[in-house]
Write a protein that binds this ligand. Structure first.
Ligand code: PLP
Length: 369
């Protein structure tokens, strides 16, 4: 879709990367590290100052006390942390329960591990967790749940009751939970993110994943982390050893700097994103689209059946020619394609002028099938 956007000169509301840079002091810290000779392999589990900074971040925001030496590892983005965790905990033939729609690397990793995914669909339009479906997805071959909250692509956040339901199921069936919380700070309307590992019974069985990509608008740095009890984190590290071993040596101290000194950056970013969310959602609603108001993340999802499309793939393929705008058909994030067939994902992590341009183009175009 990004190639299509380039070819047609379209406004790209498809791919989820911000068009503003991360904190200037983090960029400077990276330059200092590059010039200061920190250009050889970092230690496999990460540089000490970043592991310490991640531990302090978890304590400051969530009251989670971590030993940086045994309970924090640094990874090549959240993506590697997810991959290493899946390889660590899923043996061939074992089942992993995963929320769908899902971030696309989940499917690939579970398949590479020889595991079997058991999707639990967050049903449109409000994308709440169906607890009965979650319970039904667990079998005697299930070993793990892979959770993502705040959730890409729906923008939903699991509320306390839903988190409690996940915790109950995990404890009842003695499951490990891998939870991808990369959008932890990009939450709206005064909400606060609650890490699953803080719920009763969950600390010992939860690996929590996040990254600097979303929090500091540094998606290209691919610096992430996994935290949790030492035995689980060590198992993830054992898999990570054979994926990248280590990455981004000069960027790791720069992310440590950002975590320690730039908390204001993500508070401001969340405020800006909320304004952009409102701009996009109100614009799409004026175009008569049913749009779910996201609680977090970079993304809003709309239903395009009102335009005569039963399949949003057709809508999205026609959109660049008709309107000069690119968006993503949400069905690509589902096993149960019917559940997402009519939905389109729009990214609002863009400059307001870009969103306004896209809305003007959509307003001028004939969007009907
Ligand atoms: C849910 C989710 N997890 C992980 C990632 C990737 O994180 P990273 O760039 O740190 O690998 C993304 C990026 O879009 C995401 O949406």
């Amino acid at each position: 879709m990004s190639a299509l956007a380039l070819r047609t000169g379209s406004v790209n509301l498809g791919q989820g990367f911000p068009d503003r840079d991360g904190p200037a002091t983090a960029l400077e810290a990276a330059v200092t590290a590059l010039r200061g000779g920190r250009n050889q392999y970092a230690p496999g589990p990460g540089v000490p100052e970043l592991r310490q900074a991640v531990a302090e971040h978890q304590a400051r925001h969530y009251g989670i006390e971590l030993d940086p030496l045994s309970q924090v590892i640094i990874t090549a983005g959240a993506t590697e942390a997810v991959a290493a965790a899946v390889f660590a905990f899923v043996e061939p033939g074992e089942e992993m329960v995963v929320l769908e729609p899902y971030y696309d690397s989940y499917v690939a990793c579970i398949e590479m591990a020889g595991g079997v995914r058991r999707p639990v669909t967050l049903q449109a339009p409000d994308f709440r967790l169906d607890v009965a479906a979650l319970r039904a997805a667990v079998t005697d071959r299930t070993r793990t749940i892979l959770l993502n909250t705040p959730h890409n692509p729906t923008g939903a956040m699991l509320d306390r009751e839903e988190l409690r339901a996940v915790a109950d199921v995990a404890v009842e069936h003695d499951l490990v939970v891998v939870t991808d919380e990369v959008y932890e700070h990009l939450v709206f309307d005064g909400r606060t993110h609650v890490p699953l590992c803080t719920l009763p019974g969950m600390w010992d069985r939860t690996v929590t994943i996040s990254s600097a990509g979303k929090t500091f608008s540094l998606t290209g740095w691919k610096v992430g982390w996994a935290t949790g009890p030492a035995d689980l984190v060590n198992t993830v590290l054992a898999a990570k050893q054979w994926l990248t071993f280590t990455n981004a040596a000069p960027l790791q101290p720069a992310v440590a700097h950002a975590l320690t000194h730039e908390a204001g950056f993500y508070v401001e970013l969340a405020g800006q994103l909320q304004t952009k969310r409102d701009l996009l959602v109100s614009g799409l609603r004026e175009l008569d689209m049913d749009v779910h108001l996201p609680e977090a993340t970079y993304f809003a999802t709309s239903d395009v059946r009102r335009y005569g499309y039963r399949d949003a793939m057709g809508f999205c393929l026609a959109l660049p020619e008709r309107a000069g705008v690119v968006a993503i058909p949400a069905q690509v994030f589902y096993d149960d394609q019917d559940a997402g067939r009519h939905m389109v994902r729009w990214a609002f992590c863009k400059e307001a002028s870009v969103i306004e341009d896209a809305l003007e183009r959509l307003t001028r175009a004939d969007l009907y099938a």
